[in-house]
Design a protein around this ligand. Structure first.
Ligand code: DGY
Length: 332
């Protein structure tokens, strides 16, 4: 018997998070590379006080029923939490934590890397060389748009969108943005950023970078119509969530030259099937959801996720450091 809180950690995360959890809890850690199958997850969370989840684990009423009424915290190892039914957790008094802030710059770094790689055809060039096709220096070989001095349209001007703007400033880019809410004048001024309706932003941008949360409103935000508003040379970068872009519409737009190129860190579905039409297109670059994948950042995310879990299961219960449903502590 142990009076240490029972917790389930749904994947191996860096030691910065595992060590404090193991020290304080009766912890079961899912060691496989792949997520626990649904039935295994539901079984593993039974009787837990806290669960550390990943974006691959759906937390809904079925999960909460399986866990039981003693569950006090779901700590999501991500800044995004579209895998969690937050109202369902709140209704049961379960705090939900995420890992905001620590991955902002790392994610913006990858967004910019994708922007540059897709624009300047880096992956295509690498494939060209490896295929033995490089015969000479060619005046017309693998031409792309300039990044410096181009116009970038940032859709979603929160922490990560603004971090992308900081990088764009270094490249002398004209910065346009769109968001549901216009930023404060001081923020616009700091980045020299111009707020535009989405249609105008898409029409004017050489590069479009997506940084919105996944919600009902942003699902398939970029569809056939929106793609048709973009320049035929434009590069679309998605490091937000896969379903924000309609993949069928995107493949069609890339194939028909409606837009120039796309670079995706996220896809719908994930992982993208190896026979997906997007993967047959040379002007589409895809990487496996690695925007936050620096050693330092994944370590900080682990620390934060552990801190949320441990505060949530503490006796007496503590307020978790970064709740996405603070109302759970202050019911109306
Ligand atoms: C997140 O945190 O939401 C990313 O997608 C993974 O780091």
């Amino acid at each position: 018997m142990t009076d240490r809180p029972k917790v389930f950690v749904a994947r191996q995360i860096p030691d910065d998070g595992i060590a404090p959890i193991v020290a304080a809890c009766d912890a079961r850690i899912w060691e496989d590379e792949l997520p626990p199958p649904r039935a295994t997850l539901l079984d593993a969370v039974r009787g837990c006080a806290g669960v550390l989840t990943l974006l691959t684990d759906t937390v809904d009423d079925e999960f909460l029923d399986a866990a039981g009424p003693q569950l006090t915290v779901v700590s999501n190892y991500a800044v995004g939490f579209d895998n969690v039914d937050v109202p369902a957790c709140t209704a049961r008094g379960v705090a939900v934590g995420n890992t905001p802030g620590v991955l902002t710059d790392t994610t913006a770094d990858l967004a910019f890397a994708l922007l540059m790689a897709a624009g300047r055809r880096v992956a295509e060039g690498d494939r060209y060389v490896r295929a033995g096709r490089w015969k000479t220096w060619g005046p017309l070989l693998l031409l792309g748009p300039d990044v410096h001095g181009a116009t970038i349209g940032i859709v979603g001007f929160g922490r990560i969108g603004q971090a992308v703007a900081r990088r764009a400033m270094g490249f002398g880019m004209t910065i346009l943005y769109h968001d549901v809410q216009r930023a404060q004048a001081a923020v616009e001024e700091a980045y020299g950023a111009t707020f535009l309706p989405l249609e105008e932003l898409l029409a004017r941008s050489d590069f479009v970078s997506l940084h919105v949360n996944l919600t009902a409103e942003t699902t398939k935000l970029i569809n056939t119509e929106k793609l048709s508003w973009m320049k035929p040379t434009a590069v679309l970068v998605n490091t937000s969530r896969g379903p924000v872009v309609d993949p069928v519409a995107l493949a069609d737009a890339l194939r028909r030259g409606i837009i120039g190129a796309a670079a995706l860190d996220v896809t719908d579905p994930e992982p993208i099937p190896s026979d997906d039409p997007l993967l047959s297109l040379d002007n589409c670059l895809v990487v496996p959801h690695i925007a936050s994948a620096s050693r330092a950042t994944r370590g900080k995310m682990a620390e934060m996720a552990a801190a949320n879990l441990l505060a949530g299961v503490a006796q007496p219960q503590q307020r978790i450091p970064t709740p996405v449903n603070p109302e759970v502590y202050d019911p109306a």
